[in-house]
Design a protein around this ligand. Structure first.
Ligand SMILES: [Zn+2]
Ligand SMILES: [Zn+2]
Length: 189
């Protein structure tokens, strides 16, 4: 599908009632507020889904410590926080690791927006995650069952999708995911 990048929004759009200071001192934003009060208003009329990415740490409800991302199945909006992916210090040495984590969490939330719920396959990108070791253990791709679910809701060309993914991973030097995309492609042949 065609992807468009919308203009950046300022962190000043989060009101006081959607913010809190967490125990280690950093500010967190209520994820549900981002979905229900910000992204839903930003979503273009002809958009299928809208994915928000923030540098701010997110929390899902008062009794929870944090959340990497959250999405609404009904409204087709989702948000991912980059805050925990690089320990607050993005550098050349951890850039690819952070990018991989961002791709995995955002793909997971986008999967929800296309109606896919959590998967029991331990390495599938639609398997739930509550910690970075768990996220790192996941592949940046959906298992074959989840790919079939995605295909039944979108009816795309699987070969073209895998080729596009392969080029993306190649360009970003994500070599492990590149070899998985190549493996998938060879299975299709
Ligand atoms: Zn999930
Ligand atoms: Zn799966």
């Amino acid at each position: 599908m065609e992807t468009k990048i919308l203009p950046v929004l300022s962190n000043t759009i989060f009101p006081k009632k959607a913010r809190r200071i967490f125990k280690d001192g950093q500010e967190q934003i209520l994820a549900g507020y981002v979905l229900d009060s910000i992204l839903i208003k930003q979503k273009p009329k002809d958009a299928v889904v809208l994915m928000g990415i923030t540098e701010k740490d997110l929390f899902p409800k008062p009794e929870w410590n944090y959340v990497f991302g959250q999405a609404s199945y009904e409204d087709g909006v989702g948000v991912t926080s980059m805050y925990r992916f690089s320990d607050g210090h993005l550098s050349d040495s951890n850039f690819n690791e952070s990018l991989e984590r961002l791709i995995k969490i955002s793909s997971h939330e986008i999967g929800h927006m296309f109606g896919i719920s959590h998967c029991l396959n331990a390495v599938c990108v639609m398997n739930g995650t509550n910690s970075l070791p768990e996220t790192d253990f996941h592949f940046a791709r959906a298992c074959s069952l989840c790919q079939q679910k995605l295909n039944s809701s979108l009816s795309y060309d699987p070969r073209k999708r895998l080729q596009d993914l392969k080029h993306f991973f190649e360009k970003q030097h994500l070599n492990i995911e590149l070899s998985r995309a190549e493996q998938d492609l060879s299975l299709l042949k």
